[in-house]
Design a protein around this ligand. Structure first.
Ligand code: ADP
Length: 432
């Protein structure tokens, strides 16, 4: 490849040669014309190539331009290589950028990037949902104009971001609790991370309610027991009265024992997240056990019916199933007034699911209570529950046992007529 200087000197020599030949043959005018003609060849060649370059640049297709031969070939070749490399780099950076955006979008947390003026530079879809934002509309808007909660504005202005901020009643339905924390980065920029802590807050509230409920449940029998003890200690009472007090103390102690036992059962069930094991439980043996308990509890005050329409086996944890069945039958007996009827029935329905149902002719339950019956300590009739030794935990235990056996607890009830509680087990837990 000839150097630029060599090319230039060659061109000048050719121009002089042409001028000299023209001068020798046709005179000075022709000599100038011949020299100019030789000099204009590379000019025309360059102009044509520049025009082609302009065309391809305007079409953003420099890398597709056919290479000319000669002086411009190398320039265009290098230019094409440069453009190709630059475009490749841009594509790589774009891909990386897209991957970052995808990762941020996949995050379960809201992410907002704020510039040095607290304007939104970018936010993910979760953040849009949490705060009702629309990035396309709200980009470069100041965040404190969009999230107008005073505690948030204060948090932002204070510029002390060591601790997160809890915002409650957020979201479109004002039912979200959001934990927000800002992290400084770059040139006075901030990354806002927003975590949905609604479930954690609910669990915390439930835990507090639970502790309050347990304390309340324990306090009554303890107070009664202490009252009796003080009476026995301070008053001179006869043996008959003393025995009467001891009986009453025993029943309060029994109440505490039942409560502690139910709490332990519930704690064990909650701790065990695995599905119940597949022990073969003979339904007729199980029903006989439930019947014995029922008869002891009712003491002949109710008409008790036990029916097995399809004898078979149930695969599950025997102790738990017995506890669930007995709980439902015991509730039916406890809430049904004397002379009422309680029917416990085992059957297999047309889809092959096993069903244990308990129907009573008791007071029934108003529909607004039905969805809450399995909550811990939820009672429709508080005094009746206590009078009959209820702990308020029976149906919560039944529900947990049902979950561990992939069973459903169905409740139908008509106030004034009675209720039917059904446990429906999946067909793969039923064997013949
Ligand atoms: P408890 O120990 O109070 O019976 P449960 O969790 O077993 O607690 O039941 C929750 C509440 O559901 C009871 O307090 C009672 O008001 C209502 N309940 C349960 N079973 C029946 C029933 N068969 N008939 C009427 N009410 C019932």
């Amino acid at each position: 490849m000839l150097s630029v200087l060599t090319r230039f000197i060659t061109l000048l020599c050719l121009a002089f040669l042409a001028a000299y030949i023209a001068l020798a043959n046709w005179g000075a005018d022709f000599a100038i014309a011949a020299g100019m003609a030789v000099l204009s060849v590379p000019l025309v060649y360059s102009y044509i190539n520049l025009a082609r370059l302009r065309k391809y640049v305007l079409q953003d297709a420099v890398e597709n331009m056919p290479l000319p031969s000669g002086f411009w070939e190398e320039v265009f070749f290098r230019l094409q290589r440069l453009v190709r490399n630059l475009k490749q780099e841009i594509r790589t950076v774009e891909k990386q950028h897209d991957r970052f955006i995808e990762a941020f979008q996949a995050s379960p947390n809201g992410i907002l990037m704020l510039d040095d003026q607290d304007q939104i530079e970018w936010c993910n879809e979760i953040a849009e949902r949490f705060f009702g934002l629309n990035f396309k509309r709200d980009a470069l808007q100041r965040i404190n104009f969009l999230i107008r909660r005073p505690e948030f504005i204060q948090y932002l202005n204070r510029r002390q971001f060591e601790d997160p901020l809890l915002l409650e009643r957020m979201g479109a339905d004002a039912n979200l609790s959001l934990m927000i924390q800002a992290f400084p980065f770059g040139q006075k920029r901030h990354l806002l991370l927003v975590q949905d802590v609604t479930d954690l807050q609910k669990a915390d509230a439930m835990r507090r309610d639970f502790v309050a409920n347990v304390s309340h449940e324990m306090r009554t029998p303890i107070t009664v027991l202490m009252g009796f003890l003080e009476t026995i200690q301070s008053l001179d009472i006869d043996k008959q009265q003393r025995d009467q007090y001891f009986d009453m103390m025993m029943s309060q102690a029994q109440r505490m024992k039942s409560l502690v036992e139910d709490l332990l059962t519930l704690a064990n069930l909650e701790a065990n997240t695995l599905p119940a094991p597949l022990q073969e439980i003979k339904i007729d043996t199980l029903m006989a056990l439930v019947r014995n308990d029922a008869e002891a509890l009712s003491q002949g005050r109710h008409a008790l019916n036990f029916e097995i329409s399809t004898p078979c086996n149930l695969m599950g944890e025997e102790r738990e199933i017995l506890s669930a069945f007995s709980n439902l039958v015991s509730n039916a007996i406890r809430y049904t007034p004397d002379i009422g009827a309680v029917t416990a029935k085992w059957s297999v329905n047309s889809q092959g699911s096993g069903e244990f149902s308990v129907t009573d002719t008791g007071p029934g339950i108003a529909s607004e209570h039905l969805s809450r019956l399995t909550e811990r300590f939820y009672r429709v009739d508080r005094s009746r529950s206590r009078d009959t030794g209820g702990t308020g935990l029976g149906l919560a235990i039944v529900k947990h046992i049902a979950n561990r056996h992939q069973a459903q607890l169905l409740i139908e009830s008509t106030p004034g007529k009675g209720s039917t509680f059904t446990l429906r087990f999946p067909k793969d837990r039923i064997t013949s």
